[in-house]
Design a protein around this ligand. Sequence first.
Ligand SMILES: [Zn+2]
Ligand SMILES: [Zn+2]
Length: 389
Amino acid sequence: MMKLYVAGGCSEHGRNSFLVSGEHTTVLVDAGKMKEKPDKPFPELSEEVVRKVDYLFLTHSHTDHTGAIGFLKKLGFRGKIVASSATLNLIPELKGYETIALKDRAVPGEEFFLEEDLAVTWGRAGHCVGSVWYSIRAEGRTVLFTGDYEEQSLAYDCDAIRGRRADLAVVDCAYGYEKEDAAEHWEALGAALDNLVHTDRPLLFPVPSHGRGFDVIRLLAERGVETVLTESLIREYQDSTNREFWLKESFTDAVKKLKKRDIQDFRREFETAIAEGKPFPESCRDTAILVRDSQLVKEANRHIAVGVEAMGGRTILTGKQDPASFARKLFNDGAADFFRISVHQNIEEMRRLAGRNHFKKIVPYHCREKLTFPEKEIMVLEPGDSVEI
Ligand SMILES: [Zn+2]
Ligand SMILES: [Zn+2]
């Protein structure tokens, strides 16, 4: 008999971690850290269980999926780590562990064997560079993990999950009851940008690392907007492992046309304007600025936000704001707009995905809302719960 144990990530946001165990199989999918609850940041896993884990599968590099690797290490984790090479290259805590890069074993959609009775199929999940979904087959059962999943990214390629059979699927449902789906979000943001660009006012986009920033770049490139990218974003693009594989060709083509404004020039002009007591340099009107600081934690970026507002410009937020953040404050003060860029699914998108596959049981994850479903195959679980596969 196989079993899924939720160590974290169901009915909460963060510390995603799922244990799949059977007679001779013990694998863990993701080991995340929860920012929201500092008293309970790590998955509910005991030393005894962690020592038994043979493989840790990582879906992608974000902290809510990998931030507990140090915690596992402390509990005596000695297994091997399976992930895309792009993900492996982004996580420093892996030193000393044997790692298995997916692309070295199989192409997307093709099954490979880790053990005689442990087979894996993977594909790109469209969420960020290196993000993947897994289908894991062992002891006569198949469990599918979508990971953080988005089929309609403008930047990241996705090997859409179609026609797959699984006894149980753990499916991204982070947006819960939110009504708009990815297509509607794109439409809203696109329409807003059409009104805001080339109106002689600056726009600021605070974006997270490894995620929505690339989608924003494409939208700006397609609209011919002069764009300032901070050094960290330029590095993120240049350093992405196998970026041609993870990024859409249409994205790469659009980026080639991006009207890039030099960041050093921008900073110089900005600093001069500040020194002269002016809030924002005239020459930086009609410019979009991307900073890799989604919550606007850094003083320098807050400075830019204030300058943008003083010039009649807007700060455009594209994802969740932390309650105590400067980004949220701007939004509450009416100085920022919020247009979501989908990097996850809502309930309807989860249902749609289920309808295109054959999942016997479905476990929604990544949503902090209390969810209820009329369908008896959809199981709402909590950390500490187990279900038979
Ligand atoms: Zn993520
Ligand atoms: Zn996540």
